[in-house]
Design a protein around this ligand. Structure first.
Ligand code: 5GP
Length: 115
């Protein structure tokens, strides 16, 4: 699978980003246009374009995104007050970058429903 998205470039170090976590499987960095005081994008290095492209083989990878969100939320100091994880899928889901990712948002009261 090739990955020419901006997130692929960030993962490969070709485009700078403020990384807050990285291992062999995941990369997490601050959103360039934050929607909350804490806004981190958690990205599997495997270039799955969108949630509907994930298969049973990716079950642990997808689950791990949310466990990593827990860890980063704690590190960013928002775990106790609460936070939100968002996964946009496709055009009407508001997805702009077609490399699967979870938004971790916190540091303020978040309204529901989202726009
Ligand atoms: P999506 O709408 O696909 O769920 O979210 C894409 C997110 O990526 C947006 O919140 C946008 O601000 C963020 N983003 C787009 N380009 C860049 C970039 O070059 N660097 C960083 N750090 N974030 C980006």
């Amino acid at each position: 699978m090739t990955d020419d998205t901006i997130f692929g470039k960030i993962i490969r170090g070709e485009v700078p980003a403020e990384k807050v976590y990285e291992d062999d499987t995941y990369c997490a960095f601050k959103d360039i246009n934050p929607a909350a005081p804490v806004h981190v994008l958690i990205v599997p290095k495997k270039p799955i374009p969108m949630l509907t492209d994930a298969t049973q083989e990716d079950a642990a990878l997808i689950g791990g995104l949310f466990l990593l969100a827990n860890r980063i939320a704690a590190e960013q100091g928002i775990a106790e007050d609460g936070f939100r994880c968002v996964l946009n899928c496709g055009a009407r889901g508001g997805q702009l970058v077609y490399h699967l990712h979870v938004h971790l948002l916190g540091g303020r009261d978040l309204e529901w429903p989202p726009g």
